[in-house]
Design a protein around this ligand. Structure first.
Ligand code: GLN
Length: 447
């Protein structure tokens, strides 16, 4: 704990943590030390973790990087976090993120941007930017992030670490501040597949507080990470052989595929006619869900309340205007629009239908293949400020990650070298529903 506290302090400029629990972490460390001596310590004794600022941890602040939850203290601990604590993991602090997990660069946080440790002028990715940088820079062993459209995998790729999005329904969302409930997944960010597998096996499984969690048995992922045999791998031609993808990402992804082919795996390009509809579907449905989820922040029940005097309507309006940042406001407006009476069928219903089609197409794909491999991002980490004026450019950066959330399948991002400037490149492996074991073993084989 002392080591990490020092690391956090000497890397404060990265802005990865918004709060550090020094005293508590040291106290827990000495308590766990006694347990270790007595042989009663849990499976995660000695593991120092950080939590993205969207995960409730009783008695600690949690504010989704937003002013609107200023001074809000979590009244309970979410299931995933509780399960880690029960196994004696030590939470060293909470980590910076895009406001309400909306973003791909960690620039929309009310705590200011996080810097990529590989090059401080670059973004770390988002929305779990602080969580990825904390692992990248060695400020903790592992982080928990949330992934609604890529927020664990994309920052992991930009920072050269591992990020896992489990199947929807594998890990309880209880205690996670909701962005888009039918997409949100909690996932680990780590330096090794084994750590990610261990965290996942501790967090996963049925929970009385979240009825969307599967009761399927949780395998001991971390104990079965050997990969044997040959895989059938598919890749969507256009996700690699496309002009808009950075040449080094294209080359390094193809190199992996060629290597796999040479070692006897079957590697086949496929077409995915619905590829162009992924981002519109994702952004219509997530903004709709977000506009509904975020309506609870009204100045009455949580956090910030406007001091401007007026009637109830004015209280809501002033609180939300003062509390929400620009990106969150944009999404609430978009979501409210697509849900409005006159446009509901044209946008929301249509997007739900497309979601179903994408799901069917993905199921057909996994009827034929074991894994879908793609880059994680079309470019490496971009310069801070480069895309802030153009939200559409920012949304386009999520092209490869949103499919896993639209359909609910698990996906992992692992490091795949660096570009000429030394910025990390990631590669993504998507697997069939609830095949985390297979996916992690194969990722282990690849990494
Ligand atoms: N960048 C995507 C978005 O802004 C993904 C965010 C996430 O996964 N939380 O919606």
């Amino acid at each position: 704990v002392n080591h990490y506290l020092e690391r956090i302090e000497s890397n404060a400029h990265l802005n990865a943590f918004v709060e550090v629990y020094s005293e508590e972490a040291l106290r827990l460390a000495s308590e766990i030390d006694i347990k270790i001596r007595n042989g009663t310590a849990g499976r995660l004794a000695g593991l120092i973790i950080g939590l993205k600022d969207v995960l409730s941890h009783k008695g600690h602040g949690v504010q989704a990087g937003s002013r609107i939850l200023d001074s809000y203290i979590a009244p309970y601990t979410g299931t995933a976090v509780q399960r880690l604590l029960d196994e004696d993991a030590i939470v060293i602090g909470r980590q910076n993120c895009d406001e309400f997990a909306m973003g791909s660069s960690n620039e929309s946080s009310s705590f200011g941007p996080v810097l990529n440790a590989a090059d401080n002028s670059k973004v770390p990715g988002g929305s779990s930017g602080g969580s990825a940088v904390a692992v990248q820079a060695g400020l903790c062993h592992a982080s928990l992030g949330s992934d609604t459209g890529g927020s664990v995998r994309q920052p992991a790729a930009f920072c050269g670490v591992i990020g896992v999005k489990p199947s929807y329904g594998r890990v309880s969302r209880y205690g996670l501040i909701a962005y888009a409930s039918s997409f949100d997944c909690i996932g680990p960010i780590t330096k090794s597949i084994e750590d990610a597998a261990l965290l996942l096996e501790v967090m996963a499984g049925g929970d009385d507080f979240d009825s969307t969690v599967s009761l399927k048995e949780v395998p001991a992922y971390s104990k079965n990470l050997d990969w044997n045999g040959k895989a059938k791998i598919g890749y969507i031609r256009d996700t690699i052989e496309n002009e808009s993808i950075a040449p080094e990402i294209r080359e390094q992804t193809l190199e992996v595929l060629n290597r796999l082919r040479a070692s006897g795996h079957e590697v086949t390009p496929v077409e995915m006619p619905l590829l162009d509809y992924l981002l519109p579907t994702y952004y219509i449905l997530t903004t709709a869900e977000a506009s509904s989820n975020l309506s609870r922040f009204d100045g009455v029940r949580y956090g910030h309340r406007s001091a401007v005097k007026g009637d109830l309507e004015a209280l809501y309006k002033n609180t939300r205007t003062e509390g929400f940042g620009e990106e969150v406001r944009r999404r609430i407006l978009l979501g409210t629009f697509v849900l409005s009476a006159n446009y509901y069928d044209a946008y929301y219903t249509k997007a739900q239908r497309v979601r179903r089609l994408v799901r069917e197409e993905t199921e057909r794909f996994f009827g034929q293949f074991d894994f879908l491999i793609s880059p994680v991002t079309p470019t490496t980490a971009f310069t801070i400020g480069e895309k802030t004026e153009d939200p559409l450019q920012m949304y386009l950066a999520d092209i490869f990650t949103v499919q896993a959330n639209v359909v609910g399948n698990p996906a992992v991002s692992i490091p795949n070298g660096v570009d000429k400037e030394g910025m990390p490149i990631g590669i993504q492996i998507m697997a069939p529903f609830f095949e985390e074991q297979k996916m992690l073993s194969f990722a282990n084989h690849l990494s």
